[in-house]
Design a protein around this ligand. Structure first.
Ligand code: RUB
Length: 265
């Protein structure tokens, strides 16, 4: 495939959510940028998903001539540290709840399993695009016991849950943004006294205001009758007061400590 074709294919796949999750989007955007490293391609990439700070951050670094290897290596190096950090949090025989699909979360759980931790996972299917199925399949392939619930059963699922791991798309001073549903999960968790851990690479820090992405209405109801109003917000804010700890490559920290460490404005 020539460079232009490959570049356009990556943009198309990001727009159509074939490439999904903050980390995968940032990685794919970098790959595309290095194929055609111009200001124009950077703008095209930024516009393909304007709500992804990790993509914004890595493209900014790439534009500043920070060595390609240094940026590319970060993803796996950060994941390795996250994996080690998460290990300390999981106790044997726990039920861990997760939502949507987060590479940072899934990789860390697979690592914990490899290291001999015994636990099972409850997850949600995550309508309308069902990214929860991707999570369930990947965990199952790694030999982890998974039980999937429809989204509206999350209250039931949380009744048996010991600990919640959520990914993040954006890390803000006041909290995080993650897949729609993360807000209500965190509120129930607080009420039920279930700890909520955000598992995220610190490069997801948001330097600009991040709008909540509103997605295609057809995802919710294809060919819906004209007079029915549909909303499809894809992400949701989780206030720091609901976050027990954030697990990043920098360690396991309270949210305020983390904010101070990475200096979010
Ligand atoms: C994915 C999602 C993930 C974060 C973090 O939403 O909300 O929790 O992006 O993922 P979508 P990761 O599928 O709509 O992109 O850990 O992979 O960066």
């Amino acid at each position: 495939m020539d460079k232009k074709k490959e570049f356009n294919k990556i943009i198309k796949d990001i727009k159509e959510i074939k490439i999904q999750g903050a980390r995968n989007i940032a990685r794919a955007a970098l790959k595309a940028y290095y194929l055609i490293p111009t200001k124009n391609s950077k703008n095209k990439l930024l516009n393909s998903r304007p709500t992804e700070p990790m993509m914004q951050n890595v493209l900014e670094m790439a534009g500043k001539k920070i060595p390609k290897e240094k940026i590319l290596n970060h993803f796996d190096e950060a994941q390795k540290k996250i994996n080690e950090n998460i290990l300390k949090l999981i106790k044997n025989n726990q039920i861990i709840f997760t939502h949507c699909h987060s590479t940072n979360v899934v990789n860390a759980l697979i690592y914990a399993k490899k290291k001999g931790k015994r636990f099972e996972v409850y997850n949600t299917e995550t309508r309308p695009l069902f990214q929860g199925r991707k999570t369930a399949e990947e965990l199952k392939r790694a030999g982890i016991k998974v039980t999937m619930f429809i989204d509206s059963a999350l209250g039931v699922a949380l009744k048996d849950t010991d600990i919640i791991f959520l990914g993040a798309d954006a890390l803000l001073k006041s909290g995080i943004i993650n897949k729609i549903g993360s807000g209500v999960i965190s509120k129930i968790a607080k009420q039920e006294k279930i700890p909520v851990y955000i598992i995220a690479d610190s490069w997801k820090l948001a330097k600009n205001k991040i709008p909540i992405e509103q997605r295609n209405l057809n995802e919710v109801w294809d060919k819906a009758p004209k007079n029915i109003k549909i909303k499809n917000p894809a992400f949701e804010f989780v206030d720091k007061k609901y976050i027990s700890k954030i697990v990043s490559e920098l360690g396991v920290m309270g949210y305020l400590e983390f904010v101070r460490k990475i200096q979010i404005n």
